[in-house]
Ligand binder design. Sequence first.
Ligand code: F6P
Length: 389
Amino acid sequence: MKRKEGFKMLKKVGILANGGDVSGFNAVIRAIVKTAENHGVECYGIIDGYNGLLKKDFELLSTAANGEALGILPKGGSIIGSSTNSNLFNYKVVNEDGSVEYKDLSDQAIQNIKDFGFDCIFTLGGDGTQKSARDFSTKGVNVIGVPKTIDNDVACTEITFGYNTAVSVAMEALDRLHTTGATHHRIMVLEVMGRYAGWIALEAAIAGGADVALIPEIPYDINSVVSKIENRRKRGKNFSVVVVAEGAKPKDGEITIMGTRDNGAGVDNTKLGGIGQKIAQQLQELTGLEARNTTLGYMQRGGTPTAFDRVLSTKYGTKAMELALEGKFGTLAVIKNGKLDSVSLEEVVGKNTKIGAVSGNTEESNLRRVQMDDDLMKTARDIGINFGD
Ligand code: F6P
């Protein structure tokens, strides 16, 4: 394909996927590679997120007959891996004597980028990934971000890739819970992901006809949920379906934690989980109806992307490559008013400006949470979904 006028001369670009995986990683990779090939640009996968930059672990990606990026559109996971603990500005180093230190190894990564001759790095990831991308950009690296996460909480964009697939999985689970719940006259609770933002719970509740949705943005009162279930019972409906985000918490209470994870220093290392079981137990005691919990977990992240996510991921991939060709580095490809657009990574990190100190999932993170005046909230309330408030 002829290079469009005004487009930058790029020879070699790198793609990294970072953070918890989602369905659609491969679709974005494929779209970047295809668009790059059409402009005579060579693409490399950077293996296991930012770790690959440190280890110089690069793999040629092409859609040629035997290429790595061929036939990957429907594939779950990431053909170039991903990492949840690779903040190179605050990197965990285990010394020979077993002691642990956190070091800033970003300069080494930058040297590797220069040595290999990357003209641009695409960073596919959530808020932590884009925080690091912004930090590299501040240090002069050409970076373009693509917003990923099933939680749909990346700032400055209306939707992240991977989210729609997670909602679809949750919707299917709710459909199935409905029939078994109705048969046995039970309260069926579904715990879904959503650490700080309740988008999955909210949208799945609408799509899957749940009676109650508990989200991190609205601390709940269990008595409000009980009233909703009792009202249904009075109208002859002796089963109910409740969807709860893992990050939901009671009024005057705390989030429910399963344990800890090791995503490095400076991030929220709590491993959420268990709220569904807690709510099921409480509702059983308070209503006298049998209640059961199902925790959906990583089912929401694995497997093939929906048609919507394949298209969104492809749009994001092509836009990201276009931004690179236009030389618009230090930006994130976004959807704004329903259209592809871009914003500066500075805007994405918000007030979390200190280089390297923290990556993602912290109090400082600039996350997009459910707003009370969002159309989805209004729709949900209009059809009587209870939020425990
Ligand atoms: O941020 C996405 C997410 O799926 C959260 O909803 C969840 O809390 C977290 O990742 C779990 O991540 P992991 O167990 O992979 O560290």
